[in-house]
Every structure is written in C-alpha cells, then in structure tokens.
Design a protein around this ligand. Structure first.
Ligand SMILES: Nc1ncnc2c1ncn2[C@@H]1O[C@H](COP(=O)(O)OP(=O)(O)OP(=O)(O)O)[C@@H](O)[C@H]1O
Ligand SMILES: [Mg+2]
Length: 451
C-alpha cells in the first residue's frame, strides 16, 4: 500500500481521485489548499503528492519547493486546467515529476502514478541501486576495461611513437576517432597538430584541394592561396575519417603522396615534403571493397601498416560499467545536471540491449535520459525507447525462429535444397545429380519422400 496526498481546491476532483486510488488499495489523504497540504505532508510523508496548480491562496507552483523541503522523498504530480507552456515549464523546473492536464484521463493518471511509485520505490530501496561513482573529473581518455579494449590500449602504447600509418576499423560509434586522438596524444609532442578530414563529406575537386591545398587561380573560385590538410598537419597527425569512401582518382593521388612523401598543391609546380603521420578510419569491409575493385589494394597496404580493430559494444558489454559513469559525467557537464545514480533495473535494461550504434548510441541515450530526469536518479522509465527496441528485437527473434522450426529437419532441408537445384537446371535431373553428387535413385527417393 502506498501513501498519497491529493491537494486540490476542487472538491469533486479530490473525491473522484481519492475513490479511484483507494479502490486500488492506496492510502489517500486530501487537502483543500496548499498551506494545509504542506502541514499534512510534514507528518504524513506521502510517497506521492498530487498537486493542483491554481488554488486559492498559495498556488501549486509556489507551494512546490515547500513540499519538496518538508517531504523530500515524495514524488510530485502536478495537475492543472491551464494548458499553458509556462506553468508546465516552471513546474518541471521546480522539481515536479509529472504534469497532467484536466480533465484528467484516468489511464494517463494511472500511468503517472505507476511511474512515480516505481521511482519512489527505487529511491527508498537503496540496496537495489547501482550507486555509480560518477567521477569528479574526466579527461578525454577512453574507458572500458574489457580484454578487447585492453588489447586496443596495448597496441596504441606500442605503436604511438612510431610513424607507422594506422588504419582503425570498427562499426560506427565504436570510438575510432577517439583512438586516433589517443595515438596522436601518446606519440606526438604536445604542440604537434592533429588535423581531421572526413573523406565522405566532400566531392572530389574540393577534397583534392582540401587535402593538398591550392594556388590562387587554380580553379574558378580559387581567389587566394589555400593551405591543405597535409600542410596544416605538417609535423603532426592527419586523420582521414571514412577513408573507404575515397574515389579512385583521389586514391591514386593519396597513394603517390604516401609513396613519395611529397605533395603538390593544385595549380602549383612546387613539391612540398609531407612529414605527416596518417591515421585513417573506416567502417567498411576493406577485403570486400578490394575484391570488388572499389579500393586499391596497394593503398590499403600503405594505410594499414598497423591495423586496430575496435570491438562493437555488443562484444564488450562489461564495459558499460565504466562507460555509463564516464558518459554520465560528460552529460552532467554538458547539461549542468548532477545525476549520480542509476537503478539496477535501468542498468539491466542497458545491459540487455544490443547497441547497434555502439558507444555513440549509448552516449545519446544517456544524454536524453539525463535531460528528462527529474531527480538525481536514472530510472528505467527514462529509457522507454531502448525498452521498445528491446521488445521489438525479442519479437523479431521469435519470428525468425518460427519458420526455421517448421523447416529445420535435415530431411526437409535436403528436400528444399534439391528442389532449388532442380529449378536452377530447369528440372534436368541428370545435371542436378551431378551438382548434388548423388545417384539418380537417391534423387528420386528424396523427391518421393516429400511429394
Ligand atoms: N571507450 C570510450 N570511452 C569513452 N567514450 C567513448 C569511448 N568510445 C567512444 N566514446 C564516445 O562515443 C562517441 C563516438 O566515438 P567516435 O566518434 O570516436 O566513434 P567513431 O567510431 O569515430 O564513430 P563514427 O563511425 O560514427 O564516426 C564519442 O562521443 C566518444 O567520445
Ligand atoms: Mg568517427
């Protein structure tokens, strides 16, 4: 049984909500104005306060901080007949947990009560909390202590001081750019430049000029000399993001630069020395791209003197233990919030999800939850999107398993395969036997079995 307090000057509403809540087994007290509500709440310490905004005397908005002060563990649901944005905003800013409009929709009301109770319970039941140590400071260093990430750190340490080109591969959002910066920081003097270029973002002409620079008048619109990324990165690191997207033409030019260690700006006759470490990144399957002649093999070997493959988050879920606090620290800093805890059920939800967008998706999910979080505690309901996706994922899996089940005995697979081969050879049974490497009678038997 939970303790609720309804504070509303409308007798009808007090009565209706009280009966509704009592019928669900809750204990309910009521107050007709804010002052008496505050007095009542002090001793009663309700789990949830349902607070009207527009009341005689002290308004709900003005009473809100006082309710919070005398009954800090109460969840507060505001209700009002006014649909104005400003009161909604101030209510939420002052620490209301939910805001409902009159006339009250009972389904919506029940949902709000359920959520508020869950949050209240989570706060009360401290054992069920994963109290996270959100660190006080947090640099730009990578976190995650899984074996897979330890290997990555080791490789970074081993190769940072060499000039070897590095190719970083991994699904999107796995931290490729972070690794590139980490290699740069570990291996280069502090003042050395780190210059990044997204190879997928520009059309060829622009990309070429962006990479190598151009002289005034080299093409229409080239109104002055312009240094390229190679010049800017001189003595430091050039990070080529999405390098798999380079066109054949630029691939050829880049290869020449890497072989000869010199480059020529567009419209110039002078060759410049390229003293630049190249780190590139891609989420492309290079072997496939090379096979399909979309990427030059010789350039690939120049780029991947060292290759670092970043594991997906799915392969290292244990890293969530460190990633969540670190990303929460960043979210707090960005949003000016102070979230330091997450309930166990919320953390379990994050652990169950498959994170196709990897760390970036986790980061966005946490920022969103932090922005919507009414207290210092992240609860499961703040991750509704993830929960929905998890449910869909579960349904998809169940769906995929079904037709399999119906068609998974060896005999059935054999029959289906034989039928497929037959249709490929226009029912020529001799040819089918040759392909399947079986005798004619056996083919016949397989076909008869199912027909
Ligand atoms: N190990 C990590 N520790 C802390 N933050 C991380 C880690 N890995 C990734 N991030 C964060 O996740 C986000 C995505 O990382 P990053 O941009 O490096 O990924 P990416 O592989 O380059 O992604 P994309 O393929 O989408 O360009 C960044 O905000 C980054 O700070
Ligand atoms: Mg990136």
């Amino acid at each position: 049984m939970s303790k609720l307090l309804i504070c509303d000057d409308d007798k009808g509403i007090r009565r209706t909500l009280q009966l509704h809540l009592e019928s669900q087994g809750h204990q309910v007290e009521t107050a007709a104005d804010a002052e008496s509500g505050i007095r009542l709440a002090q001793g009663y310490q309700p789990d949830i306060i349902i607070l009207d905004i527009c009341m005689q005397g002290l308004s709900g908005i003005d009473a809100l901080p006082r309710f919070k002060a005398i009954s800090p563990n109460s969840r507060i649901i505001m209700i009002t007949a006014f649909q104005d944005m400003q009161s909604t905003i101030s209510a939420m800013q002052n620490g209301a947990d939910e805001y409902l409009h009159k006339p009250i929709d009972l389904d919506e009301f029940d949902q709000a009560i359920a959520t508020a109770l869950a949050q209240h319970l989570a706060v009360q039941n401290q054992d069920s909390l994963d109290t996270l140590c959100v660190p006080d400071t947090f640099g730009n260093s990578m976190v995650g202590a899984s074996n897979a990430m330890k290997q990555v750190y080791k490789t970074i340490g081993r190769i940072a001081h060499t000039k070897a080109s590095v190719l970083i591969t991994g699904e999107s959002g796995t931290g490729k750019e972070m690794v590139a910066r980490a290699i740069h920081q570990a291996g280069m003097p502090a003042q050395a430049p780190f210059v990044a270029l997204n190879c997928a973002a520009l059309v060829d002409n622009l990309l070429e000029s962006e990479l190598f620079g151009h002289k005034k008048g080299a093409f229409t619109g080239a109104v002055s000399d312009q240094a390229g990324k190679f010049a800017l990165a001189q003595g430091g690191t050039l990070f080529l993001d999405e390098v798999g997207e380079l066109s054949a033409q630029i691939q050829a030019k880049l290869l020449r630069v890497l072989q000869e260690k010199t480059y020529t700006p567009l419209g110039s006759k002078t060759e410049y020395k390229a003293d630049v470490r190249i780190i590139s990144a891609t989420n492309l399957n290079f072997e496939q791209a090379i096979k399909e002649k979309r990427f030059r093999e010789d350039l690939y070997y120049r780029l991947q003197v060292v290759q670092i493959e970043l594991p997906s988050l799915l392969e290292r879920k244990e890293d969530l233990k460190e990633l969540v606090p670190a990303l929460l620290y960043r979210a707090n800093k960005e949003l000016g919030t102070k979230i330091s805890k997450i309930t166990k059920s919320a953390m379990d939800l994050l652990m169950d999800y498959h994170w196709p967008g990897n760390v970036r998706e986790l980061e966005n999910t946490l920022i969103k939850a932090v922005a919507l979080c009414p207290s210092a505690l992240l609860t499961e309901d703040l991750f509704a999107d993830i929960k929905n996706k998890l449910d869909t994922q579960a349904k998809d899996e169940a769906y995929q398993v079904q037709p399999h089940k119906q068609d998974s005995s060896l005999q059935q697979i054999e029959y289906t395969h034989v039928k497929q081969v037959l249709s490929q050879v226009n029912n020529h049974k001799g040819k089918a036997c040759e392909i399947l490497q079986i005798s004619r009678p056996r083919l016949q038997r397989i076909l008869e079995r199912e027909e």
